[in-house]
Design a protein around this ligand. Structure first.
Ligand SMILES: [Zn+2]
Length: 519
């Protein structure tokens, strides 16, 4: 109302009934869809006129000033005027009358507003890893309606690797504001509250909560821990019989809750993809024994594939390379009966390890560099044989085209039909422990690889031999020979926007950076 009056300025009369004769072509078209005698409009006009009346001379002179109201202005002009108002005024302005509402719905205003705020915050869109000691994490900052929202992605509950990722908002920025955009912290269970974002440099920013009392629960630390446990693990501490696991969980709670008032994020990119890659690179959820599920990024580097931890644990922190796959050394698994013998598998793997060691020695003697530029002899080649009856893969749990992940998730990437054939029976050797008995019973091919193990606090890290098992386009496994354990990995199907690396070099650089931070 106040806005209306201020803008009207001169119109002393009760509305301008003559606007039909004076309106421009744009308004003619717009007005066609609306009755001219909108009672709401008349009421507003009357109000506006009354407010504006103070300045105008009510029929004072013989030639009154031309009668005019805000409603007479062509919509293009109103768009200009409205766009210059503080964004917070726009919702109430839209309630003034149907015409205003219509004009405000013309998107242009919002888009312009968004552009302004977006411009300031454009550097925070994309994928980020929070600096939470060894634990890491995955944050996707996206434009969502009239907000920029920072979504923290969490793995599903252990050990259900095929379940969709979970996500919760950590902060949001209103795009409607004009001067200083409002930043709200979304942490805790008591709704949005005052927060702050500091863009440190292009690939780093920090969030700060100004009202951490909003994170506290009435039941104190105990209630906070129980709630966290339920969300993070989907269980109660009593359900978790394993004593070491209880300790790890408690430690994670104590450690991560220190970071509830301030977090620093560093940019990460999704791995670039190449048609020759064994499977599409990307993010996977993997089982890590007592540590629960962790997020791992699979990327291809010529003769090698790497699994880099995006989330980590006190043994192997986020940023480290958990598995490395030697694409030049395939492992032929024996038939299922022999595969049940751990010793048989161990013998095969150690043989390959010896071969790798000798080849490396030979290269060193030849003075050749163990470069990574050359692509392996297309690991996909063996798949291109004669058509075989395709192996029916179990349907994804919690299916649906977007797998129930982020609302804006795109349709799943098309499967490559040639890849679904030629399954080979697979079973875990007796004695190899797995969090998930529900692992695939056929595989496409296996490779020699190494897995990183270390003591608590990342002490004495060591790459140990193992077997990489490719199950299908979306799942792989790794047998840790020394640990006698098996990790199952399943593709994260959520779609992340603004997450492509500007160049392959930028991606390599990013991997190196996140690794050095926790080394
Ligand atoms: Zn907060």
């Amino acid at each position: 109302m106040a806005v209306c009056a201020r803008l009207c300025g001169v119109g002393p009369s009760r509305g301008c009934r003559r606007r039909q004769q004076r309106r421009g072509p744009a308004e003619t078209a717009a007005a066609d869809s609306e009755a001219d005698t909108d009672p709401e409009e008349e009421r507003i006009e009357a109000g506006a006129a009354a407010l504006a009346g103070a300045g105008g001379g009510r029929g004072a002179g013989p030639s009154p000033p031309p009668r005019c109201s805000l409603l007479e202005l062509p919509p293009e002009l109103l768009v200009e005027i409205f766009a210059s108002l503080p964004g917070t005024d726009l919702p109430s302005l839209a309630q003034v009358c149907t015409k205003f509402r219509r004009i405000l719905h013309t998107d242009t205003i919002w888009r312009r507003r968004c552009r302004e705020v977006l411009h300031r915050y454009r550097h925070i869109l994309g994928l980020w890893q929070p600096d939470i000691g060894p634990y890491g994490g995955l944050l996707n900052v996206v434009v969502d309606g009239l907000f920029i929202i920072g979504w923290m992605y969490l793995p599903p509950h252990d050990p259900h690797v095929d379940d969709p990722m979970r996500f919760k908002p950590l902060f949001r920025v209103h795009l409607m504001e004009r001067k200083s955009a409002t930043v709200e912290c979304m942490y805790g269970h008591r709704g949005p509250h005052n927060g702050h974002i500091q863009i440190v440099k292009k690939d780093e920013f920090s969030t700060k909560c100004n009202q951490t009392d909003h994170h506290r629960m009435s039941g104190g630390r105990q209630e906070e821990f129980r709630t966290w446990l339920r969300e993070e693990w989907g269980r109660t501490l009593e359900d978790i019989f394993h004593e070491h696991m209880q300790e790890l969980i408690l430690m994670k709670f104590i450690y991560t809750s220190q970071y509830d008032n301030c977090l620093t994020y560093r940019r990460i990119y999704l791995p670039p993809s190449h048609p020759d890659d064994l499977i599409r690179p990307g993010l996977f959820k993997g089982t890590y024994g007592s540590h629960g599920l962790e997020i791992v990024m699979l990327s291809f580097h010529g003769k090698r594939a790497r699994g880099t931890k995006i989330t980590g644990d006190p043994n192997i922190p986020a940023g480290q390379q958990t598995v490395e796959i030697d694409l030049m050394h395939r492992i032929q698994l024996p038939d299922v009966e022999s595969l049940r013998s751990f010793n048989e598998l161990s013998r095969i793997v150690l043989e390959v390890r010896e071969q790798v060691r000798q080849e490396q020695q030979q290269r060193e003697e030849d003075g050749a560099e163990d470069g990574e530029g050359r692509a392996p002899q297309s690991p996909r080649e063996p798949q291109r044989g004669p058509a075989q009856p395709s192996v029916e893969l179990p349907a994804e749990k919690g299916g649906g085209p977007a797998d129930g992940e982020a609302a804006a998730a795109a349709a799943p990437a098309p499967e490559q039909p040639a890849q679904s054939g030629q399954g080979q029976p697979f079973v875990l050797p007796v004695g190899v422990s797995s969090r998930n008995e529900d692992y695939p019973r056929t595989c496409r091919m296996c490779f020699y690889g190494t897995g990183l193990i270390a003591g608590h606090g990342f002490t004495s890290p060591e790459r140990t031999p193992g077997v990489f098992i490719l199950f299908d386009e979306d799942r792989f496994g790794f047998i840790w020979l020394e640990l006698k354990s098996f990790s199952l990995y399943s593709r994260v199907r959520a779609t992340f926007r603004n997450a492509e690396a500007p160049s392959p070099q930028a991606f390599e650089e990013m991997l190196k950076n996140i690794q050095s931070l926790t080394s």
